[in-house]
Ligand binder design. Structure first.
Ligand code: GLV
Ligand code: MN
Ligand code: MN
Ligand code: MN
Length: 394
């Protein structure tokens, strides 16, 4: 499965993946998913939100156990964030079948749409739509960087955007979701643990920050006469770092646009996106509030204007405690960890009992081409997932 998937959407200049929801590379990943399902005689379906499902057993029977993750990537992402969970889902089913296990309830492998929000801006969009956490009309009107609307993009990919939205019937047929994911930090390296169980996801969110000023000549405009939004923006980035450090949070500005983007022109507008996360919700709220205040004060000094809009937010998620303990028990007492990364499991946890398994990442790096995993750890992950699916479904 890896050899088939590895070249899809790989950008040769960086070695990173560019698999954006409903783009050519991601559609190829979807075709790969369908082929893997077909090869195993598993029924495959795409739901109204573009999420893919492959079934061992009849999903209409209900009480299903579902595993999976996502196939999209951040810009120049690594090979494992997302696909490892989908590949491991199919591989775990192969293991169970090879050892003669027979499930007493349907087992599904899912691939959720736009988990990274890398194209349309809202992370976990497919699972949020499925559970009703995003208004389908809002989702339909989301645009990518080229101005393409989500509904039109889905229609072009053969998915009826009229079907976007919550799907309580589908959710009611799922009893449990277990997502396997590459670890995105160094916790398991430090603990010498190939596999771990997830306990919680930190609260996190995204804010779009628009800084408006006045375009002017870089050579003739006196410094005192400028309204330079780049200055306000730069101050905001530094302030985010300082406030996050003081609060024990993390804050990142990883995406930015500048207009008109000319070397010899003072910008008219800078757009930046803040990603902020903390273990503690109060600390996160404080960082964002204080940053907004500091930014408005700075804008006044710079003669610029600022608008901050929250684009998405995920409150803290504590995974189902009984399920978490059951998994840790089945796996012989592996470590249990919280993570600062968001996952569809965090969204689905609001609707169904949910758990996560993590596979060690030797570099601890993720959302980068340097993300890595050892083959032996990936295999340990598949065995762990198979043990969990056997415990839950056979
Ligand atoms: C997604 O991977 C996120 O945590 O931003
Ligand atoms: Mn990710
Ligand atoms: Mn992921
Ligand atoms: Mn994620």
């Amino acid at each position: 499965m890896w050899y088939d998937l590895a070249p899809v959407g790989r950008f040769s200049a960086t070695g990173g993946y560019r698999r954006f929801a409903f783009g050519a590379a991601e559609l190829e990943c979807r075709a790969w998913f369908a082929a893997e399902a077909r090869r195993r005689g598993m029924a495959m379906e795409a739901d109204g939100n573009g999420n893919l499902w492959a079934w061992w057993g009849d999903p209409a029977a209900g009480n299903a156990v579902v595993t999976g993750s996502h196939l999209d990537s951040v810009p120049d992402g690594g090979a494992f964030d997302g696909p490892l969970g989908v590949v491991s889902g199919f591989a775990a089913i192969d293991l169970l079948r090879a050892s003669g296990d027979v499930p007493v309830r349907p087992v599904g492998v899912a691939a959720f749409t736009e988990e990274e929000g890398g194209r349309f801006g809202i992370a976990c969009l497919g699972s949020r739509l499925l559970t009703g956490a995003v208004d389908p009309a809002v989702a339909a009107a989301l645009t990518d960087a080229d101005g393409n609307r989500l509904d039109e993009t889905m229609a072009a990919a053969g998915s009826d955007p009229g079907l976007l939205g919550p799907d309580p019937d589908r959710l009611s047929r799922i009893a449990v979701y277990v997502e396997l994911h590459i670890e995105q930090g160094r916790a398991q390296v430090d603990m010498d643990a190939p596999v771990a169980v997830g306990s919680a996801i930190w609260p996190h969110g995204r804010w779009r920050m628009e800084f408006r000023g006045r375009a002017d000549h870089a050579g003739t405009t006196r410094l005192d006469d400028r309204a330079d939004p780049m200055l306000t923006y730069a101050n905001t980035v530094l302030a985010a770092r300082k406030k996050a450090r003081l609060a024990g949070a993390v804050a990142t500005v990883g995406r930015v646009f500048c207009e008109p983007n000319g070397t010899n022109a003072i910008p008219s507008r800078v757009l930046g996106w803040l990603d902020a996360r903390a273990e503690d919700r109060a600390a996160l709220d404080r960082v964002v509030e204080e940053l907004e205040t500091a930014t408005l004060q700075r804008a006044e000094r710079d003669g610029t204007e600022v608008t901050v809009t929250r684009e998405s937010f995920s409150p803290e998620v504590a995974f189902d405690a009984a399920l978490r303990d059951r998994l840790a028990g089945v796996l012989g007492g592996v470590p249990v960890l919280a993570t600062g990364a968001g996952h569809d499991a965090g969204i689905l946890a609001a609707a169904i009992p949910t758990a996560m398994l993590f596979v060690r990442n030797p570099t601890g790096v993720s959302h980068s081409p340097a993300e890595s995993a050892e083959m032996s750890d990936c295999i340990a992950g598949v065995h762990a997932l198979a043990d969990v699916l056997r415990e839950l479904a056979c």
